[in-house]
Design a protein around this ligand. Sequence first.
Ligand code: PLP
Length: 424
Amino acid sequence: MSKKDRYGARTIGNRELAPESLMMSYGYRPSLSEGALKSPIFQTSTFVFDSAEDGKAFFEVAYGLREPAKDESLGLIYSRLNNPDLEILEDRLTLWDDAEAAAVFESGMAAISTTALTYLRPGHTLLYSAPVYGGTQYLFSEILPQFGIRTHPFLAAGGTRAMEAAAEEVGTFRMLHLETPANPTNHLVDIEAAARLARKHSDPGTPALVAVDNTFLGPVFQNPLEHGADLVLYSLTKYVGGHSDVIAGACLGSEERIAEVKGSRTFFGTMAGPWTGWLLMRSLETLKLRMTRQAETAIRIADWLHAHPKVGRVYFPGHLAEGDPDYELFRRQCKAAGGMVSFDVEGGEEGAFRFLNHLSLVKLAVSLGGTESLAQHPGTMTHSDIPPKMQREMGITESMVRLSVGVEDFDDLVADLSAAFEAI
Ligand SMILES: *Cc1c(COP(=O)(O)O)cnc(C)c1O
C-alpha cells in the first residue's frame, strides 16, 4: 500500500474540504480492503513482503540507510514500526493542525516522554510552564534530572514576563514545553512569545524547540503550529478519543521532526496498537460535533456558575474581560473557550467534597474531554503531588472543583449541579 494509494482527495474542484468532511474517508482506499466502507482493524504483528527486494528496500527506508525516493513511503514491515490503522489515523490527525506529519503513541505520556527524550541530552535545559499535567510534572521534575537534564518551571499565572525571566535565568535552553490553557486554572501561555524566546535563547547550532501540549483546546479550538510552535502534543485519551474508552497520544510537526520522533518511538517501543488506531478513527468522525457542543454548553454552565451564590471565582477563558492580560492573547490564540470550567465552591475543601459527593449525572472521576461530564478536586486528586504552598502559587485553591463538560442536556446538568450545591 503506497502512500499515494492511501491518500484521498482533499479538494473538490478549487474547494479545499474541511477536516470534519474528510474524517470518514481520508487516507483509506476501500478497494485495498475488499470494499469495506470502514477501515478494518489490521490486527497483525507483521506483514508479508512481495519479494526479498521489497523487504530490503523497506528496511533501508525504515532504518534510514538511504533517503527514500520521491513518492516512496515506508512499506509495511512490523506493527511496532507502522500499521495501516495507525498510518491512516496519523494522516487524518495532520489535517486539523495543518501539520506535515503525525506520530501516534499508546498514551499521552508516551508521546510526551518519547518526544522529550528524542531531543534532550545530558546538560540540556528544559523550560516548562506550571502547572502542567501531573504525569508530565513528575517526568520533568523527578525523572529527566536523573539523566542530567536540567528542568526549570515558570508560572503560567506570571504571564509572558515570567517565561522571559526564566529564559534569562537559564541563558540557553533546548526545549520549551507549554500547556495552555493550564490545567486546572485555565491560565494562558503565549505561544508566539515562546517561539520568539526559543529563537533568542538557542544554543549555537541547535535551535530550541517549542512543544505545546494541546490536549485542552485542540485540535479544533487551538492550533499551535500556526503560532510558531515546532511540536504539538496530545493526550488523545481526552477530547480526540472523546468516549473515555481508550488511552493514546500523539506528536505533530514537520516531516523532519516527526521522522526523528518516530525513530525514537520505534526503539523505545511506545507505538500504539491497531485497535487503538481504529477506535480513534471512529472518534475523529464526531470530534468537531462533540467539541462544539461541549464548548457551547460550557459557556452556559460557566455563566450559570458565575451567578450562583455558592460559587466564588469561575476559571474559564470565555470569561476573560477586556483589560485582563490574557484577554488579547485568548482572542489571538484560541478559537473558542473549550469545555473545561473550574470554580471555587463555598466552604473550602469540605464544601467542595460535599458538592462532589452529591453529584449524580456528573461523575466523580479524573480525566476529561469525554461525552460524559466529569468533576474532580484538583488539590487532592490530579494535582495532589504538588505541595499545597506551590498549589496556591499556581492558583489552585482548596475549594476548587474542575468540571469537564460533556454532551448531556444543559438543563439536566444544571439540575444535577443545583442539587449538589443544595447539599453543601
Ligand atoms: C491526560 C493528559 C496527559 C497524559 O495523557 P495519557 O493519555 O493519560 O497518558 C497529558 N497532558 C494533558 C494535558 C492531559 O490532560
